[in-house]
Design a protein around this ligand. Structure first.
Ligand code: FAD
Length: 308
């Protein structure tokens, strides 16, 4: 039986594990893959106090830091259910391999994944022009032409944000109208370097083998194919929380994000959550780490108030 069990090995989970282990409590960390989204990231330039690093390098430091403490790391394991066991008062975390881990407190830090366009070239040019995070990668495209895929709030926010950095932004929306709030659409329309194209189905990402050079799309109203020359493509068609396995057991928003309070607490007593899987805004490494620390301290406060 653990005092504290983290589910997830990204920045939020790593921070939570370190904060818990430093309290001298029996700490475990179970993760599908240690590192999380950071493993898939090339350049990171907004992790404060580190001017520039790369995802795999940051993952190696994260793991080294966690291993410096007495944390039982169980990588390669997927959680399939999290439930409070009313008989024992413990939280039972079932794993896909059939095992069940029990803990007095649990921090869920299973992160999220960007929805992909699912077109040829997207994977090949990921990190070579295809990007998902304007706060992270916007400055890499300074003075260049880019596209934003998706005309919802995140797409239009990204376009407005990028318009201040890049030469020109084309927004491609699949539907016949933008789904973003009016105030954002008005703001985007007022900026001379944003072009909005609706009825646009992206069909392929093209490049020279090293970097993205253009994107092709079909105009769904005419059936015509077009090609846009550009250096970057920001895909903004949704960030999906890794919370499917929690459905029905824990309170989620309609987008599937775990609803948390200011100490990371969830709708199950003793279960806390942190990072991209929660309903807290702005999905970033530094924010995930901060919320992992908060959830660990929240769980510790909870733990010391339990009758033994
Ligand atoms: P994640 O990093 O998503 O980690 C989730 C962890 O949970 C993983 O270990 C995963 O294996 C595990 N997991 C998931 N489901 C289960 C399960 N059922 N059972 C067990 N384990 C599970 N942010 C920045 O601040 N700067 C950047 O430059 C930057 N660039 C990015 C570039 C890319 C391509 C991407 C995808 C993201 C980028 N981000 C960047 C965002 C940043 O990576 C995330 O905000 C951050 O990783 C969130 O941390 P997390 O710990 O909440 O989740």
């Amino acid at each position: 039986v653990y005092d504290f069990l983290v589910v997830g090995g990204g920045p939020a989970g790593a921070a939570a594990a370190i904060y818990a282990a430093r309290k001298g409590i029996n700490t475990g960390l179970v993760a599908d893959q240690f590192g999380g989204q950071v493993s898939d990231t090339l350049a990171i330039e907004n992790f404060i106090s580190v001017k520039a690093t790369q995802g795999p390098k940051l993952v190696a430091s994260l793991e080294e830091h966690v291993r410096d403490y007495d944390v039982d790391i169980m990588s390669g394991n997927k959680a399939s259910q999290v439930k409070r066991n009313e008989e024992t008062g413990l939280i039972d975390v079932s794993l896909a391999n059939g095992a069940v881990l029990s803990s007095k407190t649990v921090v869920l830090a299973t992160g999220a994944r960007w929805r992909e366009m699912d077109v040829p070239g997207e994977h090949e040019y990921r990190g070579k022009g295809v990007a998902y995070c304007p706060h992270c990668d916007g400055p890499l495209f300074k003075g260049k032409r880019v596209a934003v895929i998706g005309g919802g709030n995140s797409g239009i926010e990204a376009a407005i944000d990028l318009a201040g950095l890049v030469e020109h932004v084309t927004v491609l929306e699949f539907a016949d109208r933008l789904r973003a709030d009016d105030v954002l659409v008005r703001k985007a329309n007022s900026l001379s370097n944003i072009t909005i194209i609706t009825h646009a189905q992206t069909t392929e990402v093209l490049g020279d083998g090293k970097r993205v050079t253009s994107l092709s799309y079909t105009d769904r109203s005419t059936g015509e194919n077009h090609e846009l020359a550009l250096a970057g493509i920001f895909v903004q068609i949704g960030l999906m929380p890794n919370s499917e396995f929690l459905q029905g057991d824990i309170e989620l928003t309609n987008r599937g994000e775990i609803i948390v309070g200011s100490r990371g607490e969830t709708s199950i007593a003793g279960v806390f959550a942190a990072g991209d899987v929660t309903d807290s805004p702005y999905k970033q490494i530094i924010i995930a780490m901060g919320s992992g620390a908060t959830a660990a301290l929240g769980a510790f406060d909870y733990l010391i108030r339990q009758d033994v």
